[in-house]
Design a protein around this ligand. Structure first.
Ligand code: ZN
Length: 201
């Protein structure tokens, strides 16, 4: 067994950092050392920010987004078109779409995808709340923006079935050639989806 080089507090910090996505044990050690060297400028403010976020973070009861207020900032933003709801798998997708800045709409975060193999059924996702929201009458369009995976598409089909009969337009993301993308570099799934989603010119 390797000899210890730090006390248990630093060891624990490294172990916890290593559980953060994108950080392995090696990066965690580097991050921990950086934090220690920047104790006052970075480690202190980070610890306080984490404590505050931990105490205040909550899931929006309307859309499933995470925020410190409920309903969340997106749901209470009256400069958004709240009658258009973009359905995403995860909060990270909401953030990605917001970074893209293409739409000024509301969102609904499913919290995952249907996966019979992993035992994830409709009741485990925020689908019921989406249907209720659409049935209230204030929603005119639901844009299904789930990932182009088998699970994502299965989930999309299920949601489309659930929304059938409501007075709501349902649209989906087109899957296609990325801007600047060269055909040669695309995987077959993207290429065939782009072909299927072709438009007349
Ligand atoms: Zn919300």
């Amino acid at each position: 067994m390797a000899k210890r080089v730090t006390g248990p507090e630093i060891e624990k910090l490294i172990q916890l950092l290593a559980k953060v996505p994108g950080l392995g044990p090696r990066s965690a050690r580097r991050a921990a050392l950086h934090l220690i060297k920047k104790k006052d400028q970075l480690m202190g403010p980070l610890a306080r920010a984490m404590g505050e976020a931990h105490d205040k973070v909550k899931v929006c009861s309307r859309c499933g987004n995470v925020d410190t207020i409920d309903p969340c900032t997106v749901c209470t933003d009256d400069r958004r078109d709240q009658s258009v709801v973009i359905v995403v798998e995860d909060v990270s997708d909401l953030w990605a779409l917001e970074r893209a800045g293409a739409m000024n709409a509301a969102y609904h975060v499913l919290g995952g995808t249907l996966s019979p193999l992993e035992g994830v059924g409709p009741e485990d996702l925020n689908i019921r709340t989406l249907v209720d929201r659409a049935a209230e009458g204030d929603v005119r369009e639901v844009i299904i923006a789930v990932n182009a995976t088998i699970e994502g598409q299965t989930t999309a089909h299920y949601i489309i079935d659930q929304l059938a009969g409501l007075d709501v337009m349902i649209t989906r993301l087109a899957h296609g050639v990325p801007v600047g993308g060269e055909l040669d570099y695309l995987d077959e799934g993207t290429l065939s989806a782009a072909l299927r989603a072709r438009t007349t010119i």
